[in-house]
Design a protein around this ligand. Structure first.
Ligand SMILES: Cc1cc2nc3c(=O)[nH]c(=O)nc-3n(C[C@H](O)[C@H](O)[C@H](O)COP(=O)(O)OP(=O)(O)OC[C@H]3O[C@@H](n4cnc5c(N)ncnc54)[C@H](O)[C@@H]3O)c2cc1C
Length: 436
């Protein structure tokens, strides 16, 4: 068996692995170990006859103002973040309605919500401090609606917002505190953006930085085991090589951590927290079209079923062949529904029918269609039992030099946002441990 040595071994070449790899490559020798034949993980891009398909609807929360934006600045790389235009809601029994995605004024002026109660709510949210949000983290949206006597229109808007912002349409468990916290962030730092050229442009920036700093990127390199000696993570074992590292960073979802780490090394509570962390699931449908059939350049929301979509080619035309169009839609479901084939098929059919009811021209222009049944969308569902202070953190008690980051670990926000904030937190802690 060959023996090699690095300062930082990063397990996983998804967006979190590439992100932290690019940052750490400024401070030592990095190797990224990715088990599959491509980078990107759950944000990977598929090229279908010139259509660059993100993995489902994939805008970036807060774009340049996100933790991801902070890192791009730090490593002197840039991605052009495109701000979507107006967003629209297609409500089952109504016309197409403007759907406000940010800005207090835009929200209160919307015909979807009652003016006075919404204004009162948003002014309160703007004033709330972390301790106020925290007191509501374990209260479900449903209970909070009751407690605050929220009327039906505002309920519907907040439920759609929970589905979109925290990928959780299930109001009996979606965390009211985290939703208000996330709305507060939207009011102060803005909404979503799309990377020009699609997600590939992000991977390129990070992989370039790693290469510029003589880092090593390896595909088809599955880590079989993290080796811990006397409480210190020292090596990782692959099929035919052992790699020694001063720091080992795992970016795989923590639900799978114990496929490569002996669980007896960790305390039982931590093991059970990781194993039982509920993630989000759903159905995604992408339509590759021979022409543009809609000018919508913002998000598309629907209430029945609760779902959302985007036409990324209206924001970044270079992701399709000339004059063609790509439309992507996502319906969040319970994991149990995705695992039950007949139930999943029914939900898919209902979802597809509704999209075609809204955009009947899709069928006439359809070149190809990609349905995806996704067991994991975000690594963690933002809910009352696993809000940001209850999720696993960046370190494991009793094991030093082993770090965790990615979208199932700590971090404020939701989805990719959790991933990027957890990367920044982890990076700062690693640097702190090196300088101390
Ligand atoms: C359909 C869909 C839509 C989404 N929409 C959005 C959105 O709009 N906005 C947003 O911010 N986020 C969105 N997300 C979430 C976002 O994609 C994820 O948060 C992000 O991709 C997670 O990245 P990660 O690096 O943390 O984990 P992963 O992408 O899971 O990366 C982990 C990597 O580790 C590799 N790996 C696993 N085990 C091993 C091993 N033993 N050895 C070596 N490598 C290993 C895997 O192959 C994988 O590449 C969406 C996700 C999906 C699926």
């Amino acid at each position: 068996m060959k023996n090699e040595k690095f300062d930082f071994i990063i397990i996983g070449g998804g967006i979190a692995g590439l992100h932290i790899g690019a940052l750490l490559s400024q401070h030592g020798k990095v190797v990224i170990l990715e088990k599959s034949h491509e980078y990107g993980g759950r944000a990977r891009v598929e090229n279908l006859d010139g259509f660059k398909l993100d993995y489902g609807v994939h805008p970036i929360r807060f774009g340049p103002n996100s933790a991801l934006g902070t890192s791009l600045l730090e490593i002197n790389k840039s991605v052009s973040f495109i701000k979507p235009g107006k967003s629209w809601a297609f409500l089952k029994n109504e016309e197409k309605t403007f759907y406000p995605t940010g800005g207090l004024l835009a929200i209160i002026k919307s015909s979807m919500v009652p003016f006075i109660p919404t204004l009162k709510l948003l002014l309160n949210v703007k004033k709330m401090e972390e301790k106020d949000f925290r007191s509501l983290y374990e209260i479900s949206l449903e209970d909070w609606f009751e407690k605050m006597n929220i009327g039906p229109e505002l309920r519907k808007f907040l439920t759609m917002t929970s589905s979109a912002i925290q990928v959780n349409p299930f109001i009996n468990r979606s965390s009211a505190g985290e939703l208000l916290h996330n709305i507060n962030r939207v009011l102060s730092i803005g909404s979503v953006y799309y990377p020009k050229g699609g997600w590939e442009s992000l991977f390129t920036q990070f992989t370039q930085k790693i290469k510029e700093n003589q880092g090593d990127l390896r595909l088809r390199s599955e880590v079989k085991e993290i080796i811990v000696e006397d409480g210190i993570a020292t090596n990782v074992k692959l099929e035919d090589v052992i790699i020694k590292g001063k720091h080992i960073i795992s970016t795989i979802p923590v639900q799978n951590l114990f496929s490569i780490l002996n669980e007896d090394l960790c305390n039982k509570d931590f093991v059970s927290k990781c194993r039982n962390l509920r993630h989000t699931a759903g159905i995604s449908i992408d339509f590759c079209l021979d022409k543009k059939i809609s000018n919508i350049d913002g998000m598309i929301f629907m209430d029945e079923p609760l779902a959302f979509g985007i036409i990324p080619s209206n924001l970044s035309p270079e992701i399709t062949p000339e004059n063609k169009s790509l439309m992507s839609f996502l319906r969040v479901t319970n994991i149990e529904d995705i695992q039950n084939k007949s139930r999943a098929d029914k939900l898919y059919q209902e979802f597809r029918d509704r999209i075609l009811e809204i955009f009947p021209d899709i069928e006439k222009s359809l070149i190809q269609e990609r349905p995806l049944f996704l067991n994991m969308i975000d690594g963690v569902e933002i809910n009352i039992d696993q809000h940001q202070y209850k999720r696993p953190g960046n370190q494991i008690d009793n094991i030093s030099n082993l770090w965790l980051c990615g979208d199932s670990v700590g971090g404020e926000g939701a989805g990719g946002d959790v991933g990027h904030t957890s990367v920044r937190d982890c990076y700062e802690k690693i640097l702190g441990s090196i300088t101390n």
